[in-house]
Design a protein around this ligand. Structure first.
Ligand SMILES: Cc1cc2nc3c(=O)[nH]c(=O)nc-3n(C[C@H](O)[C@H](O)[C@H](O)COP(=O)(O)OP(=O)(O)OC[C@H]3O[C@@H](n4cnc5c(N)ncnc54)[C@H](O)[C@@H]3O)c2cc1C
Length: 332
């Protein structure tokens, strides 16, 4: 059984930023990047998008997959050991923490590895509706992140739709109103779930309309490869009447699922399943276990905030390891 001072679980910007800091501090981190863990390729959510235009340092934008390849190379350059396996089980009940991998270890095998400190960077997944047409037009009109994608040219001065009735939907609709010709929010129920103040702002917004009791049933668009969505089929759930409306953008604001399966019952989670970290830190409810990225952040969920929290987790893990008796070398 192998032992490491620190293991990072995950492979998005949070995990790789932590790996870069820890490997530069010569702590020989091991990073489990997952093998389609949680339905996401190694590299995380950004591997599912085209251009990332808001990550500093790339004035002309950079492909999401390319950005993650760069981060992976940077982690490896300083000596991170990257293992392409999914961690299937984690025992945080005592130190050293124990872990098992999905493919190599059977349920009764001894753990594959132990670690003095663990950084959880397993991310989150935006919920989808799996509508007909969704696969074809994903990122060609359909998005789960208005802040990430709202400013791209295909949405400029075009009719846009948001699905959801909570604060996120209201916030995203008003954000998108800066770019689209008009934004319609489809709400399945007959009222908004959003807080009173957000609901009032949305309803008063001159470029936003809320349609209650309405759901999207199909995304329609150009037939060619990489064609864009152009229309949406909308159903009124009170009378089942359907209509096809012009729509060049569809934004899901129906929540995210944090990838918490490994730590459920072991770390404190909030009511939506996000790992609770002490504000401004990466400390979880178990000493020696740190969390970064979207699995602990339900508010911002951006690549740069994930990377920032990965840096915090690395510095805190490094300090923890030095406090329990190891002597990591200082940053150079
Ligand atoms: C379509 C799309 C477009 C986006 N565009 C932008 C953008 O333009 N700008 C921006 O700033 N943000 C954007 N985001 C948000 C951004 O991608 C996320 O905020 C960021 O990737 C979160 O990083 P993370 O480190 O938390 O991990 P994630 O990117 O969520 O990745 C976590 C990784 O951990 C792996 N993993 C999970 N469980 C295990 C396990 N048990 N063992 C091993 N590995 C595991 C998963 O497979 C996954 O690869 C976008 C998101 C999406 C979905």
């Amino acid at each position: 059984m192998a032992h490491s001072k620190v293991v990072i679980i995950g492979s998005g910007p949070g995990a790789h930023t932590a790996a870069i800091y820890l490997s530069r501090a010569e702590l020989q981190p091991v990073l489990y990047e997952g093998m389609l863990a949680n339905g996401t390729a190694a590299g995380g959510q950004l591997t599912t998008t085209t251009d990332v235009e808001n990550f500093p340092g790339f004035p002309n934008g950079i492909g999401g997959a390319e950005l993650m390849v760069n981060m992976r190379q940077q982690s490896e350059r300083f000596g991170t050991e990257i293992i392409t396996e999914t961690i299937s089980k984690l025992d945080l009940s005592q130190r050293p923490f124990k872990m098992w991998t999905e493919w190599s270890d059977g349920p009764n095998d001894p753990p594959t590895r132990t670690a003095d400190a663990v950084i959880i960077a397993t991310g989150a997944n935006a919920r989808r509706l799996n509508l007909p047409g969704e696969e074809k037009y994903w990122q060609n009109g359909i998005s789960a992140c208005a802040v990430c994608d709202g400013a791209v040219p295909i949405f400029r001065n075009k009719p846009l739709y948001v699905i959801g009735g909570g604060d996120s939907a209201a916030e995203e609709a008003m954000f998108l109103a800066k770019y689209g010709s008009h934004v319609t929010v489809l709400v399945r129920k007959n009222k908004l779930r959003a807080s009173k103040v957000m609901a009032e702002r949305l309803l008063a917004h001159p470029k936003c309309t809320v349609r209650y009791n309405c759901v999207a049933t199909e995304v329609i668009g150009e037939a060619k490869d990489n064609g864009l969505m152009t229309h949406l089929r909308v159903k009124n759930v009170t009378d089942d009447k359907e209509e096809v409306v012009e729509a060049n953008g569809l934004f899901y604001a129906i929540g995210h699922d944090p990838a918490n399966a490994l730590v459920k019952g072991q770390l404190d989670l909030d009511e939506d399943g996000y790992i609770i970290t002490k504000p401004g830190t990466s400390f979880t409810s178990v000493e020696g276990v740190f969390a970064c990225g979207d699995v602990q952040d339900k508010r911002y969920r951006q690549a740069i905030t994930s990377a920032g929290s990965g840096c915090i987790a690395a510095l805190e893990a490094e300090k923890f390891i030095s406090e329990i008796g190891e002597e990591p070398k200082p940053h150079v």
